[in-house]
Design a protein around this ligand. Sequence first.
Ligand code: ATP
Ligand code: MG
Length: 405
Amino acid sequence: MKYTEITVRYGELSTKGKNRREFIGRLNGNVTKALAAFPDLHIYPKRDRMHISLNGTDSDAVIAKLSQVFGIQNFSPSIKIEKDIEQMKTTALQMLQEQVPEAKTFKIDTRRSDHDFELDTNQINLLLGDAVYDNIPELTAKMKHPDVTLRVEVRRDAIYLSSRTIKGAGGLPVGTAGKAMLMLSGGIDSPVAGYLAMKRGVEIEMVHFFSPPYTSERALAKAKQLTAKLAPYVGTIKFIEVPFTEIQEEVKRIVPEGYLMTVQRRFMLRLAVKLAEQRKGLAIFNGESVGQVASQTLESMVAINDVTNMPIIRPVATMDKTEIISIAEKIDTFDLSIMPFEDCCTIFAPPRPKTKPNLEKSRFYESMFDGEALMARSLAGVKVTEIHSHDEFLATDQIDIQSVL
Ligand code: ATP
Ligand code: MG
């Protein structure tokens, strides 16, 4: 079918009464960004729906982009026709005919906002139902849970017909919940944490620590490529690279091996908090999962979390690795995440980190050097770039999955 419009239904809006205007405004902005590649579209955000006129644009391409935008419950590609009964009948039959033989049962669901139209909703339901009965013998009417529902909307300007409802990404429009920093490594967990943060309406900026020459350009490129994978949900994402070499070398020189990891993590968190403060972020998100590795025991979280009161949100905290992986596969970050590039933590990882670090000791070892000066130098070297979904930093065909598994 050559669709002419898309009707978008908002998600979770009913519970957000007085924030409705902000919700719709953000969603409009995010949809406009997500569909920027299609110049002929017209987007009309209304109080209860959003209408997109395609103006000749291919609907499949638009649907693919739209299904990644958070804050949309579902949407229906539709056809706009003149307010003519014959034309309505022909188009309705064509639309339903396309769904045969997969669909066996149908229902007509008419709404009318133009009360001057010559037929009322019941009359239209009956008229079209009869037409289907006469012309498409494969379909029988069924009021509850039909295979296909043909929606007819009689509005002032025209009649709109649709027969497909496509599930949206759900969640809240990105930005409605404020801004936060995501600590993004090159691993599996943190990109998933970022996706889940955005799903709840949080605008995220990526904070990535790297340690040249111990970590390669390719490890940095991998983190950027992961960011590009998450960009379609918002349009663009800021990527903040933070040089971490000097801090790691200094920590390694001074701190006993069992506390290397804890003290490094305390510095990472402090730097992320400083960046959040500078950039008006309200919280830190990370990819920690309880009990997954030594740095993710509750004792470890106590010792690391000690450096700040800023909320630290761990969206994958209670998920099993297999649950995290299935989301990573769904959002297409998994294959990238398992590329075997060393990151700054693995290189300086002690063979036997303390799984139950002591808070007082962590503070004590840290007092042995000038952390403020080290952090100031690291922050002076920060670089911020804006990443788009089509940006290329790494060719994914470099992935040799067999060598990794
Ligand atoms: P991931 O799969 O996200 O790398 P992980 O299971 O490997 O997580 P860790 O290496 O212990 O776990 O890291 C825990 C969290 O610390 C990460 O999820 C991420 O949020 C943060 N982190 C680790 N390394 C970095 C880094 N180089 N830059 C920014 N954040 C990092
Ligand atoms: Mg990791």
